[in-house]
Design a protein around this ligand. Sequence first.
Ligand code: SF4
Length: 126
Amino acid sequence: MGKALAEIKEKDLHQFPFSNLKFDKIGKERGHYLVTEYKKSFKNPEGAKMQLLFYMYLLKKNLKLKEINGKVISGKKVIYVEGSEENMQMMEKLLEEIATFVSNPLPPKPKKIPFCKKCGYRDYCF
Ligand code: SF4
């Protein structure tokens, strides 16, 4: 759905495959790069924001970009994601935590949280 929306909106921006990721749109706006992702819905706005920040982090680091920002669009709602140094450091810390987590020989015991009800990984977890 995100891909279909991207095809009909913001024709001045471009699809941009990078590594094994494919961003919906990327373009230049007032001297900085802007990544745009389209979502069918905002069931998990924080998840959508973090996914985009991860893409921005990869682009900034690997392409050595000076400034990058992003936005996630769902219908008329837009979430702006700043590519600030603070956000990039937060992403770096999260990636380190994930690397530590996945290097554990055994996963922790599952703990049900309210979000589990809507989670796409539910079948793997429980
Ligand atoms: S089902 Fe598993 S992966 Fe999904 S939110 Fe719950 S604990 Fe996390």
